[in-house]
Design a protein around this ligand. Structure first.
Ligand SMILES: Cc1cc2nc3c(=O)[nH]c(=O)nc-3n(C[C@H](O)[C@H](O)[C@H](O)COP(=O)(O)O)c2cc1C
Length: 237
Protein backbone atom coordinates (compact mmCIF):
# COMPACT_ATOMS: atom_id res chain seq x y z
CA UNK A 1 0.00 0.00 0.00
CA UNK A 2 1.41 3.40 -0.96
CA UNK A 3 0.41 6.67 0.57
CA UNK A 4 0.25 10.23 -0.76
CA UNK A 5 0.08 13.46 1.22
CA UNK A 6 -1.32 16.18 -1.02
CA UNK A 7 -1.04 19.81 0.14
CA UNK A 8 -2.30 23.03 -1.43
CA UNK A 9 -1.14 26.41 -0.15
CA UNK A 10 -2.47 28.91 -2.69
CA UNK A 11 -4.78 31.41 -1.02
CA UNK A 12 -6.76 31.43 -4.27
CA UNK A 13 -9.61 28.92 -4.10
CA UNK A 14 -11.59 30.46 -6.99
CA UNK A 15 -10.72 27.73 -9.50
CA UNK A 16 -8.02 29.62 -11.42
CA UNK A 17 -5.05 28.74 -9.21
CA UNK A 18 -2.32 27.17 -11.34
CA UNK A 19 -0.66 25.32 -8.46
CA UNK A 20 -4.03 23.82 -7.48
CA UNK A 21 -4.58 22.65 -11.06
CA UNK A 22 -1.15 20.99 -11.11
CA UNK A 23 -1.37 19.33 -7.67
CA UNK A 24 -4.79 17.95 -8.64
CA UNK A 25 -3.29 16.57 -11.87
CA UNK A 26 -0.52 14.94 -9.82
CA UNK A 27 -2.98 13.35 -7.35
CA UNK A 28 -5.33 12.13 -10.09
CA UNK A 29 -2.48 10.57 -12.08
CA UNK A 30 -0.91 9.08 -8.96
CA UNK A 31 -4.20 7.39 -8.02
CA UNK A 32 -5.06 6.32 -11.57
CA UNK A 33 -1.78 4.50 -12.23
CA UNK A 34 -1.83 2.70 -8.88
CA UNK A 35 -5.44 1.58 -8.84
CA UNK A 36 -6.45 0.05 -5.48
CA UNK A 37 -2.80 0.19 -4.30
CA UNK A 38 -2.99 3.97 -4.42
CA UNK A 39 -6.11 4.49 -2.37
CA UNK A 40 -4.34 6.15 0.55
CA UNK A 41 -4.35 9.81 -0.37
CA UNK A 42 -4.61 12.45 2.36
CA UNK A 43 -5.58 15.92 1.13
CA UNK A 44 -4.89 19.04 3.17
CA UNK A 45 -5.96 22.43 1.89
CA UNK A 46 -3.91 24.89 3.94
CA UNK A 47 -6.16 27.78 2.83
CA UNK A 48 -9.46 26.09 3.79
CA UNK A 49 -8.00 24.70 7.01
CA UNK A 50 -5.03 26.90 7.99
CA UNK A 51 -2.40 25.61 10.38
CA UNK A 52 -2.43 27.85 13.48
CA UNK A 53 0.69 29.94 14.05
CA UNK A 54 3.11 28.74 16.73
CA UNK A 55 2.81 30.07 20.25
CA UNK A 56 4.90 30.23 23.42
CA UNK A 57 3.99 26.69 24.53
CA UNK A 58 5.34 25.24 21.25
CA UNK A 59 8.65 27.01 21.86
CA UNK A 60 8.81 26.10 25.56
CA UNK A 61 8.17 22.42 24.87
CA UNK A 62 10.63 22.39 21.97
CA UNK A 63 13.36 24.00 24.10
CA UNK A 64 12.77 21.49 26.92
CA UNK A 65 13.19 18.63 24.46
CA UNK A 66 16.34 20.21 22.98
CA UNK A 67 17.85 20.49 26.48
CA UNK A 68 17.07 16.84 27.13
CA UNK A 69 18.62 15.33 24.04
CA UNK A 70 15.52 15.31 21.80
CA UNK A 71 13.46 12.35 22.99
CA UNK A 72 11.79 10.30 20.23
CA UNK A 73 8.30 11.16 19.02
CA UNK A 74 6.68 8.35 21.01
CA UNK A 75 8.09 9.76 24.30
CA UNK A 76 7.20 13.42 23.84
CA UNK A 77 3.90 13.16 25.76
CA UNK A 78 5.91 12.48 28.93
CA UNK A 79 7.65 15.88 28.63
CA UNK A 80 4.47 17.98 28.48
CA UNK A 81 4.00 20.29 31.49
CA UNK A 82 0.87 22.36 30.80
CA UNK A 83 -2.49 22.28 29.01
CA UNK A 84 -1.12 24.88 26.55
CA UNK A 85 1.78 22.57 25.66
CA UNK A 86 -0.65 19.68 25.33
CA UNK A 87 -2.73 21.68 22.82
CA UNK A 88 0.33 22.78 20.84
CA UNK A 89 1.72 19.25 20.73
CA UNK A 90 -1.63 17.73 19.68
CA UNK A 91 -1.79 20.17 16.74
CA UNK A 92 1.82 19.47 15.79
CA UNK A 93 1.77 15.71 16.27
CA UNK A 94 -1.17 15.17 13.89
CA UNK A 95 0.67 16.99 11.07
CA UNK A 96 3.96 15.23 11.78
CA UNK A 97 2.24 11.82 11.83
CA UNK A 98 0.52 12.58 8.54
CA UNK A 99 3.85 13.48 6.93
CA UNK A 100 5.60 10.41 8.33
CA UNK A 101 2.83 8.14 6.98
CA UNK A 102 3.36 9.34 3.40
CA UNK A 103 5.67 7.73 0.84
CA UNK A 104 5.10 10.70 -1.46
CA UNK A 105 4.27 14.31 -0.67
CA UNK A 106 3.06 16.75 -3.31
CA UNK A 107 3.00 20.42 -2.37
CA UNK A 108 1.47 23.28 -4.32
CA UNK A 109 3.70 26.26 -3.50
CA UNK A 110 2.92 29.62 -5.11
CA UNK A 111 5.52 32.38 -4.90
CA UNK A 112 4.32 35.16 -2.59
CA UNK A 113 6.70 38.09 -2.23
CA UNK A 114 9.64 36.03 -3.55
CA UNK A 115 9.08 33.21 -1.05
CA UNK A 116 6.28 30.82 -0.05
CA UNK A 117 2.79 31.71 1.19
CA UNK A 118 2.28 32.25 4.92
CA UNK A 119 -0.15 29.30 4.79
CA UNK A 120 2.65 26.95 3.73
CA UNK A 121 5.13 28.56 6.11
CA UNK A 122 2.80 27.84 9.07
CA UNK A 123 2.76 24.12 8.10
CA UNK A 124 6.55 24.12 7.62
CA UNK A 125 7.23 25.67 11.04
CA UNK A 126 4.88 23.27 12.79
CA UNK A 127 6.09 20.03 11.24
CA UNK A 128 9.69 21.11 11.75
CA UNK A 129 9.36 20.34 15.45
CA UNK A 130 12.69 19.42 17.09
CA UNK A 131 13.78 15.82 16.60
CA UNK A 132 10.54 14.30 15.31
CA UNK A 133 12.02 12.98 12.06
CA UNK A 134 14.99 11.25 13.66
CA UNK A 135 14.88 7.46 13.86
CA UNK A 136 15.63 6.74 17.56
CA UNK A 137 17.39 3.46 16.65
CA UNK A 138 19.67 4.64 13.85
CA UNK A 139 19.81 8.43 14.26
CA UNK A 140 18.94 8.71 10.55
CA UNK A 141 16.09 10.74 9.14
CA UNK A 142 12.73 9.00 8.87
CA UNK A 143 12.11 11.11 5.74
CA UNK A 144 15.16 9.84 3.84
CA UNK A 145 13.13 7.80 1.38
CA UNK A 146 10.10 10.11 1.21
CA UNK A 147 9.59 11.50 -2.28
CA UNK A 148 8.77 15.23 -2.15
CA UNK A 149 7.35 16.90 -5.24
CA UNK A 150 7.09 20.68 -4.99
CA UNK A 151 4.99 22.42 -7.61
CA UNK A 152 5.91 26.09 -7.77
CA UNK A 153 4.02 28.87 -9.53
CA UNK A 154 5.15 32.44 -10.06
CA UNK A 155 3.63 35.44 -11.72
CA UNK A 156 6.99 36.44 -13.19
CA UNK A 157 10.13 34.69 -14.34
CA UNK A 158 13.11 33.72 -12.19
CA UNK A 159 15.01 31.18 -14.30
CA UNK A 160 18.77 31.16 -14.88
CA UNK A 161 19.91 34.31 -16.67
CA UNK A 162 16.73 36.31 -15.97
CA UNK A 163 17.09 39.68 -14.18
CA UNK A 164 15.29 38.36 -11.08
CA UNK A 165 17.12 35.05 -10.81
CA UNK A 166 18.66 36.10 -7.46
CA UNK A 167 15.23 37.07 -6.07
CA UNK A 168 13.97 33.50 -5.97
CA UNK A 169 13.75 32.70 -2.24
CA UNK A 170 11.09 30.07 -2.90
CA UNK A 171 12.84 27.05 -4.46
CA UNK A 172 16.23 27.40 -2.66
CA UNK A 173 14.35 27.80 0.63
CA UNK A 174 12.19 24.70 0.13
CA UNK A 175 15.20 22.68 -1.07
CA UNK A 176 17.13 23.68 2.08
CA UNK A 177 14.18 22.95 4.37
CA UNK A 178 13.46 19.44 3.12
CA UNK A 179 17.20 18.72 2.84
CA UNK A 180 17.67 19.72 6.47
CA UNK A 181 14.78 17.42 7.48
CA UNK A 182 16.74 14.59 5.85
CA UNK A 183 14.91 14.05 2.56
CA UNK A 184 17.53 12.64 0.20
CA UNK A 185 18.53 15.11 -2.53
CA UNK A 186 17.49 12.70 -5.28
CA UNK A 187 14.00 12.46 -3.74
CA UNK A 188 13.23 16.20 -3.91
CA UNK A 189 11.67 17.27 -7.22
CA UNK A 190 10.67 20.75 -8.33
CA UNK A 191 8.26 21.49 -11.13
CA UNK A 192 7.56 25.13 -11.94
CA UNK A 193 5.02 27.09 -13.94
CA UNK A 194 6.28 30.62 -14.56
CA UNK A 195 4.77 33.85 -15.84
CA UNK A 196 1.32 32.88 -14.63
CA UNK A 197 0.41 36.61 -14.47
CA UNK A 198 1.13 37.12 -18.20
CA UNK A 199 -2.56 36.81 -19.03
CA UNK A 200 -3.50 39.32 -16.33
CA UNK A 201 -0.84 42.06 -16.17
CA UNK A 202 -0.63 44.24 -19.31
CA UNK A 203 3.16 44.73 -19.21
CA UNK A 204 3.64 40.92 -19.24
CA UNK A 205 1.22 40.32 -22.11
CA UNK A 206 4.07 39.78 -24.60
CA UNK A 207 5.20 36.79 -22.48
CA UNK A 208 1.95 34.83 -22.90
CA UNK A 209 3.41 32.24 -25.26
CA UNK A 210 6.31 31.59 -22.84
CA UNK A 211 3.78 31.24 -20.02
CA UNK A 212 1.79 28.71 -22.05
CA UNK A 213 4.96 26.71 -22.80
CA UNK A 214 5.96 26.75 -19.14
CA UNK A 215 2.53 25.47 -18.09
CA UNK A 216 2.46 22.76 -20.77
CA UNK A 217 5.86 21.47 -19.73
CA UNK A 218 4.87 21.61 -16.03
CA UNK A 219 1.80 19.47 -16.83
CA UNK A 220 4.01 16.92 -18.61
CA UNK A 221 6.56 16.80 -15.77
CA UNK A 222 3.84 16.48 -13.13
CA UNK A 223 2.23 13.58 -15.00
CA UNK A 224 5.58 11.80 -15.41
CA UNK A 225 6.54 12.28 -11.76
CA UNK A 226 3.15 11.04 -10.54
CA UNK A 227 3.33 7.95 -12.75
CA UNK A 228 6.95 7.15 -11.78
CA UNK A 229 7.48 4.39 -9.26
CA UNK A 230 4.06 2.84 -9.86
CA UNK A 231 3.79 -0.84 -9.00
CA UNK A 232 4.90 -3.12 -11.85
CA UNK A 233 2.01 -4.57 -13.88
CA UNK A 234 1.86 -8.34 -13.35
CA UNK A 235 1.68 -10.42 -16.49
CA UNK A 236 0.85 -14.11 -16.52
CA UNK A 237 2.64 -16.54 -18.84
C1 LIG B 1 0.35 37.91 -2.06
C2 LIG B 1 0.95 37.61 -3.40
C3 LIG B 1 2.30 37.84 -3.60
C4 LIG B 1 2.87 37.53 -4.84
N1 LIG B 1 4.21 37.72 -4.99
C5 LIG B 1 4.79 37.38 -6.16
C6 LIG B 1 6.20 37.53 -6.34
O1 LIG B 1 6.95 37.92 -5.45
N2 LIG B 1 6.72 37.18 -7.53
C7 LIG B 1 5.96 36.70 -8.55
O2 LIG B 1 6.51 36.38 -9.59
N3 LIG B 1 4.63 36.52 -8.41
C8 LIG B 1 4.03 36.86 -7.25
N4 LIG B 1 2.69 36.68 -7.08
C9 LIG B 1 1.93 36.05 -8.19
C10 LIG B 1 1.75 34.57 -7.92
O3 LIG B 1 2.99 33.92 -7.69
C11 LIG B 1 1.06 33.90 -9.10
O4 LIG B 1 -0.20 34.51 -9.32
C12 LIG B 1 0.90 32.42 -8.91
O5 LIG B 1 0.32 31.86 -10.06
C13 LIG B 1 0.03 32.13 -7.69
O6 LIG B 1 -0.18 30.73 -7.57
P1 LIG B 1 -1.62 30.09 -7.87
O7 LIG B 1 -1.89 30.36 -9.33
O8 LIG B 1 -1.46 28.67 -7.58
O9 LIG B 1 -2.61 30.76 -6.98
C14 LIG B 1 2.09 36.99 -5.88
C15 LIG B 1 0.72 36.77 -5.67
C16 LIG B 1 0.16 37.08 -4.45
C17 LIG B 1 -1.32 36.81 -4.22
Amino acid sequence: MTSLLYLDSSANRSGDSVSRELTALFAETWRAVRGPAGDRCRYRDLAADPVPPLDTAYCTLGRRLERNGLPPLADIDAWIRSPAEEREWALTRSLVTELLAADTVVIGAPMYNFSVSALLKAWIDRVGFPGVFTDPDTGESLLRTTKVVVITTRGGSYGPGTPREAWDFQTPYLRAYFGKQGVAEENIHFVGAELTMAAVVPHLAHQQSLAAKSLASAREEVTALAAAGRPAIRTTV
